[in-house]
Design a protein around this ligand. Structure first.
Ligand SMILES: Nc1nc2c(ncn2[C@@H]2O[C@H](COP(=O)(O)OP(=O)(O)OP(=O)(O)O)[C@@H](O)[C@H]2O)c(=O)[nH]1
Ligand SMILES: [Mg+2]
Length: 201
């Protein structure tokens, strides 16, 4: 009789955990994205948008929006049994941006979510990660009814480097969001490998 190792007999794998940021302008769907893929009940820090905030909170395009993130969103997704991502959604409004430095500490990479109706809202996020050399991919959240621009146009408008991946996505769809997250991990790993090669030569 052959004594193979049964599935159950396998030693448990200690998964690698990676931290990924989800950034972008106000109301682009960051909280929605984290909620769509998280396997734990996402931690949210939503506050009601108030009448008093109306002059500063630009809700054009997301008129149905009632709340906004004031600190962060937190979620977790197991991509493979040996790879777990911790997701940190940033607050979108400028007055909470002081949180970003804290949140980006130790991050492997980031997703910059963009809404093509308000593309300029994600300039600051693109700029932020470029300056700090944090690998990022751009996810264009395809809201229904939004004017859909071809990826090339969005890339040009954001003045993205050729190497930065850009994907169309739906922040409400688990599978769509997973694709974006896999892209961030692969992109960050590829950049890290390039850097190692460059150092070795
Ligand atoms: N139709 C459509 N609506 C979406 C999509 N993603 C988000 N929404 C809606 O858009 C609004 C904004 O979503 P949030 O996830 O709160 O956006 P956010 O980026 O976290 O916003 P802040 O934290 O305030 O910056 C919500 O009303 C969502 O239901 C999408 O892909 N399609
Ligand atoms: Mg939010």
């Amino acid at each position: 009789m052959i004594f193979g190792r049964s599935e159950r007999g396998k030693p448990p794998v200690e998964p690698v955990t990676l931290k990924i940021l989800v950034a972008g302008g106000f109301g682009v769907g960051k909280t929605t994205l984290v909620g769509a893929v998280s396997e734990i009940r996402p931690l949210r820090t939503e506050e009601l948008l108030t009448e008093a905030g109306r002059p500063v909170d630009d809700v054009r395009g997301v008129e149905g929006k009632r709340t906004t993130t004031v600190a962060m969103d937190f979620g977790r997704i197991t991509l493979r049994e040996d790879l777990v991502l911790y997701l940190f959604g940033t607050p979108g409004q400028e007055r909470f941006w002081f949180m970003w430095d804290e949140l980006s500490e130790g991050a492997l990479g980031a997703v910059v979510l963009a809404d093509t109706r308000r593309l300029e809202d994600c300039f600051a996020a693109v700029d932020y990660f470029e300056r700090r050399s944090i690998p990022f991919v751009v996810g264009v959240n395809c809201f229904e009814g939004a004017v859909r621009h071809p990826a090339e146009d969005v890339r040009r408008a954001l003045d993205l480097d050729d190497g930065v991946p850009l994907l169309m996505c739906d922040a409400r769809e688990r599978e769509s969001v997973k694709e974006v997250l896999i892209e961030v991990v692969q992109h960050a790993m590829a950049l890290a490998a390039n850097r190692r090669r460059a150092l070795a030569t």
